[in-house]
Design a protein around this ligand. Sequence first.
Ligand code: GLU
Length: 552
Amino acid sequence: MSTEPMRVRFAPSPTGYLHVGGARTALFNWLIARRTGGKFILRIEDTDRSRHVEDSTARIQDDMRWLGLQWDEGPEIGGENGPYFQSQRLEIYQQHCDRLIESGRAYYALETPEELQALREAARREKRAVVYRRPDPLPTVEQGKAARAEGRPVTVRFIMPDRDVVVRDEILGEVRLAGKEIEDFVIQKSDGWPTYHFACVVDDALMKIDCVLRGQEHLINTPKHVAMQEALGFDTPRYAHLPIIFNMDGTKMSKRSAVKEFNQRIKQARQRAGDLSDADFAGGIAQATGVPGEIVAAIAGGKRDVLDEALKQVAKHLEISLLEINVHDFRVSGYLPEALLNFISLLGWSPGEDREQLSLEETTTLFDVTRVGKTNARFDRTKLQAFNTDWCNRVTAERLAEALDDYLKQNESPLLVADAAQRAHLLKACAGFRTFKEFEGKCRSLFAEDDAIQYDPKAVKKVLVKGEGRGYTMLETTLPKLESCEPWTAASLEQLLEKICAEHDTKLGAVAQPIRVAVTGTTISPPIYDTLAVLGKNRTIARIHRCLAARV
Ligand code: GLU
């Protein structure tokens, strides 16, 4: 591909958070701009008002910034080719639409919604695709204007030429489509707003886009775009359509797949709740989360197919992890943007020689659209987790601390009270964790109130009660020794526990596990010396006393 500075764009529709597929499109465009010293433009395609989601633009920008994909022209920063919100460019589209009408390449279409509905129904009955037939003769410009003036629902349609349209794709090669198989499509809706196809073509030209890089799901639209460019006298940019990303099981990476997975997990949670009636199960969740009872009942019964805040709250309360779909989900689950970017850069692209661990700088140097594959990409979550572990080990301690802080804030985590030294100590002690969520799960109990520690009955039974209360006895033995341990550091605690092991001729587990259960309520925590060092002497002793007092 050319090394001339290239102008490229990412053009999301504001319909929610940034999907990982969108993030990959943004990344590849960003890479081309950076690699060639060109410009990366962010354009918000907000002409479909029925699909508009409040705050979506801000969320998308936030997600892009989190990933480090800063745009050179676009919302907030402006640029010479703005405005960058399509909703603010209606006059521009109107001018170009008028041009097409005047040159006889588009016409006012007067069919009523009922007539169009009848067309759709006939097609459905005959089990074929709906085909709009160009009226003969075409309505005149005067008829169109008069109908509009009367308030009738008038659209504008593009006259699709009756010849083959060829798309030269940088990845897929030449894609040819017979123009006559494409109906005269709408370019301006009856409310005067442009359709996606039209606005996109006008903007790509006016924003001087050299290469359009987007998902393969748009390939079907490209012949329409090429035909319009020709009619409008615009140059055709280069096109590159990226392979589609699927889950490992071949299903689409959609919100729906996350909901499906959630429904399975809530079923298991329901089973674990045992004898509880459905109403009590849902009622308990409603009370704890504040989500209205009827919504919880629908969610708990697997009858809600949307991934919204209510469902997320229920999932959080039941500690059900949701499948991540959007960039924001990965941020909330505790992935490093470095790892996510590295991982998504390999969805369809490879630098060759089995190279995988790449910094963004390396990827920028190596990226080349001609090395993007044609076949579907698979989203391998296990691999992403491994990438994340590696990246957590690879970045500097400062960077890791900064990313952790972001994660904790996103989640309003109890670990926010941990000071910088405690966080640094624990990050080092727990090195090898897959995500910050996993790390947080291990460390959470250290930052809870001492009397809020809940003892996991299984852990208590296995570690403390079993063998005629062997664990409790060991706790009683170690308590005074811990009380006189000075200084209270991981190193001196290690010496102390080793000494106790030697005295009792026993393994570390027999000494450490009872302490762990006493201070955290579970058998999962950071290494014992670090756990106690971070917890501090007073709280360790207080927690052991409390556990002994609650002896069962
Ligand atoms: N707004 C379109 C989308 O979000 C952009 C398609 C394109 O890149 O042309 O899918």
